[in-house]
Design a protein around this ligand. Structure first.
Ligand code: ATP
Ligand code: MG
Length: 462
């Protein structure tokens, strides 16, 4: 089972990880600062020792030596190793450790000199002061005190350890506040969830009226788009059911009437006449059912046409025209195609486009000229990558005031003299719209006839 990611946990993680990084950085900074101040304090102490030793040496009545007590005091330390050296620039080492490095008087610049060095693998720090030798005015004494740096690091560590629990505590408090804040913050989604929960199944009105936070607005917009698609689809289905019922009820009533008539008067002439009606009515019903299904297919909100493979429009149109030629010849109609054999590649649905063309040719054959009908299907490029598919007949055309109504469901011009469901051009319109194409009806005067143009835009071209 897929576990859904938790927004709370994710937000907390986004806050916790940087906070922990801040803790680590804070610790490093604390340690560096601690070490800096420990160095300052212990350097001061080393310098004080060197100064005190200088006083002792110079007050020892010119002997430049230290008493045993002073040595013990200087070299005593519980944690660290301490060293000292008293040197005369003229006479060399007077007391203390011979191995201590000697700073050059030029490095002094009149003040003390601090030196870091290594003694038997131990890091040491030394403070040196330069004093005039009271016993020998031309000489200079260099008093150095040195110690290992262990206690400095120990002090910095202690400082660090003492601050870590406080920082940890602060971070825990911050996390608790963040957790609380996230929980409170997420509650602004409650009205939206409540609204969705309480909604009637049939209520597909948009949600945007709800007071949703700004960040959730894109989600609300997406849900609204889905709701409006659902609404459109539901309306289409309802309309289709109503159309289907309307289309089937009348011929079914007619069929029943004819059956009753035949039953009431079983004479062969009446039965024969009733059967002729039944045949005509059932053919009409079958056609209506076919047109209704074609309309439903044209409206089906299935996958976008963009996903379909590019099709050869010229070949599709030519084949559809060719398949209808035998029937046209049988009916004395001159059906022809003017356009390329192949090419005019575009993205579209070949089955739907054949349906569109079939309806236009069917109309031209039915409502066109009745003696010497000529129907010309044309295909030609238009603009950049655009195509125009046209079907022209040499019939009476359509009254100009009726042209705007062509494509309306069930619209049929009065007196056309043919049976039909009035769905053909509605199907054509749906299919054209699905391909982003425009449909134009033009009445021609010379020669007389209706020309229907389907103008595919360049954007629909593949
Ligand atoms: N080429 C044409 N010439 C003259 N009138 C036309 C032509 N094509 C369509 N019409 C008119 O437009 C009306 C609507 O056509 P449409 O194809 O939508 O329905 P239909 O042909 O009556 O029924 P269906 O095609 O569903 O069986 C027709 O009834 C006819 O009056
Ligand atoms: Mg028709």
């Amino acid at each position: 089972m897929v576990r859904n990611p938790s927004l709370r946990r994710r937000l907390l993680l986004f806050v916790a990880v940087p906070l922990l990084a801040v803790l680590v950085c804070g610790g490093i900074v604390n340690y560096v600062i601690g070490l800096h101040y420990a160095n300052k304090v212990y350097d001061r102490w080393l310098l004080d020792s060197a100064n005190a030793m200088g006083d002792l040496v110079n007050s020892d009545a010119g002997r430049n030596e230290l008493s045993a007590q002073a040595r013990i005091l200087l070299q005593f330390s519980v944690k660290d190793r301490n060293e000292f050296a008293v040197r005369s620039l003229r006479y060399g080492v007077l007391a203390g450790d011979q191995d201590l490095p000697q700073p050059s008087p030029s490095a002094s610049h009149g003040g003390p000199v601090f030196t870091n060095f290594n003694d038997q693998g131990l890091a040491m720090r030394m403070a040196s002061v330069f004093l005039a030798n009271k016993a020998d005015p031309g000489d200079m004494l260099v008093i150095s005190t040195a110690e290992t740096v262990r206690k400095r690091k120990a002090l910095a560590r202690e400082l660090l350890i003492s601050t870590v629990p406080i920082e940890l505590l602060l971070i825990c408090a911050a996390m608790a506040l963040v957790w609380f804040g996230i929980n409170r913050g997420l509650r602004v989604l409650d009205p939206l969830a409540h609204e969705l929960r309480m909604r009637d199944a049939g209520d597909l009105s948009p949600l945007r009226t709800i007071d949703a936070p700004l960040e959730v607005q894109p989600l609300v917009a997406t849900i609204d788009a889905l709701l409006s698609r659902l609404d459109r689809m539901l309306r289409q289905q309802q309309r289709f059911i109503a159309d289907a019922a309307h289309q089937l009820r009348t011929p079914l009533a007619g069929l029943r009437l004819q059956a009753e008539r035949a039953l009431a008067d079983p004479s062969p002439a009446t039965v024969r006449e009733a059967l002729a009606h039944v045949e005509r009515l059932s053919a009409g019903t079958a056609r209506a059912a076919g047109q209704l299904l074609a309309l439903a297919r044209a409206q089906a909100p299935d996958e976008a046409l963009g996903a379909a493979a590019p099709l050869d429009l010229a070949a599709t149109v030519r084949e559809e025209v060719a398949s209808r030629v035998p029937d046209a010849i049988a009916r004395g109609i001159d059906l022809g195609y003017q356009g390329p054999e192949h090419g005019m590649t575009m993205v579209g649905d070949a089955v739907l486009l054949r349906e569109l063309l079939g309806n236009l040719i069917d109309n031209a054959a039915r409502y066109g000229n009745h003696g010497g009908a000529v129907i010309t299907v044309g295909l030609q490029p238009s603009g950049i990558d655009g195509y125009v598919l046209s079907v022209q007949d040499n019939g009476p055309g359509v009254a100009p005031e009726l042209i705007p109504r062509l494509g309306e469901r069930f619209f049929r011009a009065v007196g056309s003299g043919h049976e039909g469901t009035g769905l053909g051009l509605a199907i054509v319109r749906e299919i054209a719209e699905r391909h982003g194409a425009e449909i134009v009806f033009i009445n021609h005067n010379d020669p007389h006839g209706l020309r229907v143009e389907i103008r595919f835009p360049s954007a629909a071209a593949g």
